[in-house]
Design a protein around this ligand. Structure first.
Ligand code: ATP
Ligand code: MN
Length: 465
């Protein structure tokens, strides 16, 4: 049977015409029945729902159906008929069967339902065949599409920032090195240091931690741009919210101040969540039923309510007044930890929060300095269950101020000369932010571990598949 003959299960269930001959291909979820009839639930990944295929055993032999076991891949043809059973509109009355790929019943790992998420991570090559990961992967796709649609509709341009970078100044985290040098026989300079001149790029190269600096160059020419690509952090943070390889969306806009930046971030997040509710209803209902009964209500709540906006200093006052035992101490100047962020969001304001004007010591060199000399125009968006989902800022566009900060932080000017030049030639006020794609997916799917919203997670000591 050829692919051109088949109709996807989603289409059959939704708009297949009763009384017509149809064909489907997919993987067997379950088979049950007796010696007169067999019922097979078939799924091809186009939807969370299976189509029921009914085999009348007067037309098929036991032998023919032997290969139709949980996990096997089959092709069927038959008549689409009204389904007498509840739960589905139509079913296929099979008159043709081809087993494309058998799945041995004693060794196929996904025999029964209800495997732990930990076990499923160990079989990440097969977990897309579960209802849960099918749902997560379809939602992941829908969100990626919605991101491009949102920006395209607003006239933003998609900029491809490099994945390999020679700049050490991105400052967002520890970096992975990229090299072709022979590690067993490293070239040395006269004073015994590694001679990076001998390396592939003639200098040290790393995997990027952020596309922001390059996005800024784009914004200062095309006004409104965004990047959407993989980023890498070599931190050894083994948390449910950190990956060593994750995807980030980084819009960067000329002429936006921090208010415009916050407005965009809030509108963008609400758009994406609304898009998921409208286009991923089946998958969200499944996740809501199986994992988190409050998921859909939480998504609706976020789009219906304005985010709370307040300065970091106010947030510290609230946290100091809270009657809480903190694992990490709270004081002005402290970097907020997830426990603090979640207290503000879940206990105090009970809605998403945007914190602004952080102490300059805990934020990056490029953030616009406030007149108080102590704070910068940073903005972090904090979400229920997640903590920080977006980090952004208005950028320092004044050449002298940026240069001073670079000197204060001992960032070598030779690493950022090109960045500095944008402030020398036609500088403009501008702003931007980074949304962690997997943090967004944690929120939208209700999954609790970031390893379960990316097909193949990379974390410390884990690079299988
Ligand atoms: P955190 O404090 O949560 O470690 P960060 O402040 O280091 O994050 P930024 O450098 O501001 O993160 O990155 C922008 C966004 O990228 C964050 O708001 C978050 O959504 C996401 N992000 C950052 N680090 C990771 C990571 N290791 N894994 C997945 N997403 C991440
Ligand atoms: Mn941040």
């Amino acid at each position: 049977m050829r692919n051109s003959e088949r109709t996807k299960v989603k289409l059959l269930l939704h708009s297949g015409v009763v009384g017509t001959e149809v064909a489907a291909m997919g993987w067997v979820r379950t088979k049950r029945g007796n010696k007169n009839v067999a019922f097979v639930a078939l799924n091809d990944g186009s939807t969370i729902h299976n189509i029921q295929v009914v085999f009348d055993m007067t037309r098929f032999t036991e032998e023919q159906l032997k290969g139709v076991t949980t996990g096997a891949c089959i092709a069927v043809k038959g008549l689409l008929v009204d389904s007498p059973g509840s739960g589905q509109r139509v079913e296929i009355q099979a008159n043709y069967l081809e087993v494309l790929g058998e799945a041995d019943a004693t060794t196929y790992p996904l025999q029964k339902k209800g495997h732990s998420m930990e076990f499923l991570r160990e079989i990440a090559h097969l977990r897309p065949r579960t209802n849960t990961f099918g749902a997560v992967l379809r939602i992941r796709h829908a969100m990626a599409y919605a991101i491009h649609k949102y920006f395209n509709d607003k006239g933003f341009f998609y900029i491809h920032s490099p994945i390999i970078t020679g700049s050490d100044a991105e400052g967002a985290g520890a970096m992975f090195r990229v090299t072709t040098l022979d590690l067993d026989n490293l070239p040395r300079t006269e004073d015994g240091k590694i001679d990076w001149n001998e390396d592939f790029f003639g200098k040290e190269a790393k995997l990027t931690v952020s596309g922001q600096l390059e996005a800024e160059l784009g914004a200062l020419a095309l006004s409104e741009v965004y990047t959407f690509g993989p980023t890498f952090r070599a931190e050894n943070s083994n948390t449910p919210r950190h990956l060593a390889e994750f995807w980030m969306i980084e819009p960067e806009m000329a002429f936006y101040d921090i208010q415009d930046n916050m407005d965009l971030a809030e509108d963008f997040l609400k758009y994406l969540i609304r898009y998921a509710l409208e286009h991923c209803a089946d998958d969200l209902e499944f996740l809501n039923k199986m994992y988190d009964n409050e998921l859909i209500d939480r998504l609706k709540f976020v789009i219906e309510n304005p985010f709370e906006r307040l300065p970091y200093t106010k947030a510290i006052e609230i946290l100091e007044a809270a009657n809480q035992k903190w694992e990490f101490p709270v004081f002005w100047g402290a970097d907020l930890q997830s426990e603090h962020e979640r207290y503000l969001v879940e206990k105090h304001f009970k809605k998403p929060v945007i914190l602004t004007d952080y102490p300059k010591e805990i934020k990056a060199f490029y953030m616009k300095q406030n007149d108080d000399g102590k704070t910068v125009r940073a903005m972090d968006v904090l979400f229920p269950k997640i903590g920080e989902i977006i980090g952004g800022s208005q950028r320092e566009e004044v050449y002298d101020k940026l240069l001073n900060r670079i000197h204060e932080l001992h960032i070598p000017e030779k690493d950022v000369w090109w960045y500095l030049e944008t402030r020398k030639f036609g500088s403009a006020p501008h702003s931007g932010f980074g949304l962690g794609f997997e943090r967004l997916l944690l929120f939208v799917t209700g999954m609790t571990n970031i390893r379960d919203v990316i097909p193949f997670p990379r974390t410390p000591k884990n690079c299988e598949f």
